[in-house]
Design a protein around this ligand. Structure first.
Ligand SMILES: Cc1cc2nc3c(=O)[nH]c(=O)nc-3n(C[C@H](O)[C@H](O)[C@H](O)COP(=O)(O)OP(=O)(O)OC[C@H]3O[C@@H](n4cnc5c(N)ncnc54)[C@H](O)[C@@H]3O)c2cc1C
Length: 334
């Protein structure tokens, strides 16, 4: 069996990242495994450009900045962080957990924390893109609005049939030099009238019922996009940047095969964030208990509780909580 850890954290969203920091602050040997290539979970995937107002200490902060700072904090005591791999199996043998990932990585841990949210959201790409050559470019088209300043003075094309595309267009209109939306449907899914009205007020050009047929790139940089109207006419637009959103597919963690009890897809935990399996804890959006809120800050508190009790399980003499102010002043971690 591969490397051995005190705590294996499954999921690198805001809850898992904070748990990685907190557990290493308590000197636990930690591995965090995240299925996506990027850390930050839902906040990075769906809210990178949005302002968040209810995280203590930040009057307002974008999702992307919050996650960047969380990654910096998580790395302070160097946990092992693996990205782009999905934990498929967890088995308990001799009081230790053996984890196996989709890429075949084996890990051994004394305790486990499930910080999986409701699962991994894979973004879909339009079926018709399969016919377009240049697979490397297609695979690299962003599906969330990160690094907003990189859109400054750029000609932006948004390929989307969703209200998410409208949100991006409105967000970027003050900095982009031009925005065009290419919608493969005759409507924007889930869009409210007021969102459509905003789009019209902003004068953003929208083409409906179109099918993208080619991306022209020069030295890997996008230059033009060609698309077909449903009237058969072909048109080309200039583009420096392309963003796309065509919905999601959810890959849930296989809790049942791991022996974890769930109700309506959520894991029931006790006051200590323990699941029904001794040694497996859970925190964040995936858990359920009376009074549960699905917020970033709730995940932080639950992560602290779970880590402290995982630590006490390994070392019964460990204290239930610590003040970071005190331990860092003493120059040590406990
Ligand atoms: C539109 C919207 C707006 C929101 N606004 C706010 C707000 O203003 N303020 C606020 O506090 N909260 C807000 N939230 C809620 C907030 O986003 C969540 O509470 C928070 O992101 C939950 O974090 P998490 O780490 O528990 O789960 P997630 O962010 O879902 O992260 C879970 C991670 O686990 C990974 N994972 C799952 N299964 C596996 C596996 N088997 N192996 C490896 N990795 C796995 C997933 O890929 C994912 O990255 C909002 C949510 C939405 C959708």
């Amino acid at each position: 069996m591969g490397e051995k850890f005190d705590l294996a954290i499954i999921g690198g969203g805001t809850t898992g990242l904070f748990a990685a920091y907190y557990a290493t602050m308590r000197q636990m040997k930690v591995v965090l495994i995240e299925a996506q290539e990027q850390l930050g979970g839902k906040v990075m995937q769906f809210l990178p450009e949005k302002l968040i107002y209810d995280v203590g200490g930040f009057p307002e902060i974008t999702g992307e900045t919050l996650v960047d700072q969380m990654i910096e904090q998580a790395n302070r005591h160097e946990p092992e962080i693996l990205v782009g791999d999905f934990v498929e199996q967890i088995e308990k043998t001799n009081d230790k957990f053996q984890l196996m990932t989709a890429k075949g990585k084996k890990l051994s841990a004394e305790t486990v924390m499930l910080a999986t949210g409701t699962g991994t959201f894979h973004t879909r790409r339009p079926d018709e893109w399969a016919e377009i050559p240049d697979s490397r470019f297609k695979a690299s088209v962003p599906t969330s609005l990160m690094d907003r300043s990189s859109y400054q003075d750029k000609k932006v094309v948004i390929a989307s049939n969703s209200k998410v595309g409208i949100g991006w267009a409105i967000n970027l209109q003050e900095i982009a030099s031009n925005i065009v939306i290419l919608n493969s449907h005759d409507t924007f899914l889930q869009a409210k009238q007021e969102e459509l009205a905003k789009l019209q007020e902003a004068g953003i050009e929208v083409y409906y019922n179109v099918k993208i047929t080619n991306f022209l790139t020069v030295n890997k940089e996008l230059e033009k996009i060609t698309f077909l109207h449903n009237n058969g006419q072909e048109k080309t637009v200039e583009a420096d940047k392309l963003l796309t959103y065509h919905g999601l597919e959810l890959q849930a963690a296989p809790f049942e095969t791991w022996g974890i009890s769930t109700a309506k897809g959520r894991i029931s935990v006790d006051h200590f964030m323990k699941t029904n399996v001794e040694g497996i804890f859970a925190a964040g959006d995936i858990v359920q208990y009376p009074g549960k809120t699905t917020l970033i800050a709730s995940g932080y508190t639950e992560a602290i509780t779970a880590v402290n009790h995982a630590h006490m399980l390994i070392n019964p003499k460990a204290t239930e909580q610590l003040y970071s102010t005190v331990i860092y002043q003493r120059g040590k971690r406990l």
